[in-house]
Ligand binder design. Structure first.
Ligand SMILES: Nc1ncnc2c1ncn2[C@@H]1O[C@H](COP(=O)(O)OP(=O)(O)OP(=O)(O)O)[C@@H](O)[C@H]1O
Ligand SMILES: [Mg+2]
Length: 640
């Protein structure tokens, strides 16, 4: 399948941008998502510190209330006198001012003297109570969270036992439990020793708040920490106090919007906080929503874990925040990718357009329109390419023109030679017979004239010139001879040596150095040996004549680079041929010599042509002349 350059460019641009975009988005999302949740968790951890403060502040306040009360002489006095009416009045006043659920005074034997809520019940011993034992031992005020038995709550009166009785509701993810109702209470309790004026221990004042279904603390935590902030109509922040794993005071709502009293903590948190006694800071499923939560164990005076303090934020807000960030990031990436696509499209078309021009231009050149030129104005590599293209086209055109001219000249030359040959042959044939007659008759005349006759000299001259004419005519007939050469396998080196051995003895070769550079691996050629010898002789004699008896001749043979031809080269360092004559040396009768016929080279030309070979000349005036003959190697004739 052919894919265009523009498509490739666009696809690769787009690919890179999309890949980096989406990798960046993915990494960004993970980092941001994690960051948001991490931040929320850090905040909830701090919130738990605040909740802790609110919770224990409550305990301290109860402690303080008791401390201030036990130093009141009226209390000491009333206790010593066991004046129950007086005690009841004092306790009721303090209980109301201090917003306490219970306030009870014990005598030095740790028996109840008066209960603010329930003065009718008294005389029972509190000696088994942890806090009371601690005060007896230490003679100091103390406070802690304690589990209070149902009977004690009943004795304390008011609606405490009722408030503590909580129906346990089925809760998803909580630990399995068969218990249906909780009747124990959880109390923020304080106790302070009472001394008389002489500093003697005379009793204990004991007070506290029942946490069960009392929402003061959790709502205060919510207000202080979350300022009642809402998200989609739900409170973001929630706080809970657990008795064991049971929600006894909370502002976490159920599905119907009531406080989720009676539901229980998830079993995961149970194991971590109630069993192991450590904090839990993570997301957790609370009642029926996911929250980012923090849980802290609550211990009693003996250090046993009896409950949990919890704060949590609805996860929705953070999930939405994460999703919004995701959308924004994705949006930015998408816009970026789209912009990149547009830019890559524009860039690709800008790059590809001039290339298309060039392709079109090349096609025009290939079709033969060498005048086609591209117009590219850009000043970059593409522009350079355009200029180079145009330059190439001009060079091609120039070369094409030169080749055409050359071919035309060559055709004209061979046509001229052919028609000259025909003309010469015709003339020669016509002249041959009359010449014969002239010779016969002038010879007859010569016989008749006396040895010393005055006409004899002129007559001899006629016979001589007529003989010369006969020679010329013979040469002309040879040039235009129609008879095919008698071909036989011939060794060109041998033929050259034959010719050389004949001429070297002649006087005009005395001062000419002939060197031979003959290839020993020359293939044989099919040739008429006599005719080829005649050609070689002609060229060597021409060289010797040009050298005028002094100089160098080099004879060389070789296999041409194409392997289908052998080349024979004759080089002399004579005066050379003027360039205006170069084209004419093969014409019949072209000669620069007084006694020359001008037929030597034209006859040679005819012979080589009939051998399906070629002959040509190179010359530089005053440096020398080289004739080159090419003959097809044996077995290659047909390939020409
Ligand atoms: N080696 C050469 N150096 C310089 N000129 C040459 C050489 N060979 C040929 N010529 C030129 O080419 C012309 C034609 O040569 P060609 O052999 O056809 O005739 P010719 O030698 O003049 O006469 P003929 O061969 O009849 O004696 C010569 O007159 C000469 O001017
Ligand atoms: Mg000659």
């Amino acid at each position: 399948m052919k894919v265009s350059l523009a498509t490739k460019l666009i696809v690769s641009f787009f690919g890179v941008v999309a890949l980096t975009g989406f990798v960046a988005t993915f990494v960004g999302l993970r980092l941001i998502g994690r960051g948001i949740i991490q931040q929320a968790q850090d905040k909830v951890r701090l919130d738990l510190y605040s909740a802790h403060e609110v919770y224990y502040e409550n305990l301290r306040r109860t402690e303080t209330t008791l401390e201030f009360t036990v130093v009141r002489p009226s209390l000491q006095d009333a206790l010593e006198r066991e004046d129950k009416e007086e005690l009841k009045a004092i306790l009721t006043e303090v209980k109301e001012k201090g917003e306490l659920d219970i306030l009870t005074v014990l005598d030095r034997d740790l028996r109840v003297v008066c209960r603010a809520n329930n003065p009718a019940v008294f005389g029972d011993s509190q000696a088994n109570d942890n806090l009371i034992q601690w005060v007896v031992r230490e003679k100091k005020v103390v406070s802690s969270t304690e589990i209070v038995p149902h009977e004690e709550l009943v004795r304390e009166g008011g609606n405490l036992a009722e408030r503590a009785t909580i129906k346990i509701l089925p809760t998803p993810k909580a630990k399995p439990s068969r218990k249906e109702v909780e009747t124990l209470g959880m109390m923020l309790k304080a106790a302070a020793p009472i001394f008389d004026q002489s500093g003697e221990f005379i009793g204990i004042l004991c007070g506290g708040n029942l946490i069960n279904q009392n929402y003061a603390i959790v709502d205060k935590i919510k207000d202080i920490v979350y300022h009642g902030e809402k998200y989609r109509n739900k409170d973001i922040g929630t706080a809970t106090i657990f008795q064991g794993d049971l929600r006894i005071s909370t502002n976490v709502p159920t599905a119907s919007g009531e406080r989720a009293i009676g539901t229980r903590v998830s079993s995961e948190v149970y194991d971590q906080v109630l069993t192991k006694g450590s904090w839990w800071i993570d997301r957790a499923f609370v009642v029926n929503n996911w929250y980012i939560t923090a849980y802290e164990p609550i211990g009693n005076l003996n250090g046993e874990i009896i409950g949990i303090l919890y704060v949590g934020m609805l996860e929705d807000k953070f999930v939405d925040m994460k999703n919004r960030t995701l959308l924004i990031l994705l949006g930015i990436t998408l816009i970026g990718v789209m912009v990149a696509m547009i830019v890559s499209y524009l860039l690709a078309t800008r790059i590809v357009k001039p290339i298309k021009y060039l392709v079109y231009g090349s096609q025009q050149l290939a079709k033969g329109d060498l005048t086609y030129r591209v117009k590219l104005k850009s000043k970059d590599e593409i522009g350079e390419l355009g200029e180079t293209f145009n330059y190439m086209a001009s060079s091609l055109k120039e070369r094409d023109d030169r080749i055409k001219q050359f071919a035309q000249r060559e055709i004209m030359k061979s046509q001229r030679l052919a028609s000259l040959g025909q003309l010469a042959a015709g003339v020669a044939h016509e002249i041959n017979n009359p010449l014969g007659a002239i010779l016969i008759y002038s010879n007859l005349l010569l016989e008749d004239i006396h040895e010393k006759g005055p006409l004899r000299h002129n007559l001899k001259r006629i016979v001589h010139e007529t003989n010369r004419c006969t020679e010329i005519v013979k040469g002309l007939l040879q040039f235009a001879r129609k008879t095919e050469p008698r071909m036989e396998p011939s060794d060109v080196n041998e033929l050259l040596n034959d010719v050389f051995s004949v001429v070297e003895k002649q006087a005009q070769f005395q001062n000419i150095a002939v060197s031979k550079n003959l290839s020993p691996e020359l293939p044989t050629v099919m040739a008429d040996k006599g005719q080829i010898r005649q050609v070689f002789m002609n060229i060597i004699l021409n060289a010797a004549e040009a050298l005028n008896g002094k100089g160098d001749i080099i004879l060389a043979t070789r296999l041409a680079s194409t392997d289908h031809f052998i080349e024979i080269e004759f080089t002399d360092n004579g005066p050379g041929i003027p360039s205006e004559d170069l084209d004419r040396v093969f014409e019949p009768f072209f000669t620069t010599k007084d006694m020359g016929t001008g037929l030597g080279l034209s006859i040679s030309y005819g012979i080589i042509e009939r051998h399906k070979g070629s002959i040509f000349v190179k010359s530089e005036p005053s440096k020398g002349t080289t004739f080159v003959i090419r003959l097809p190697a044996k077995g290659e004739e047909t390939k020409k």
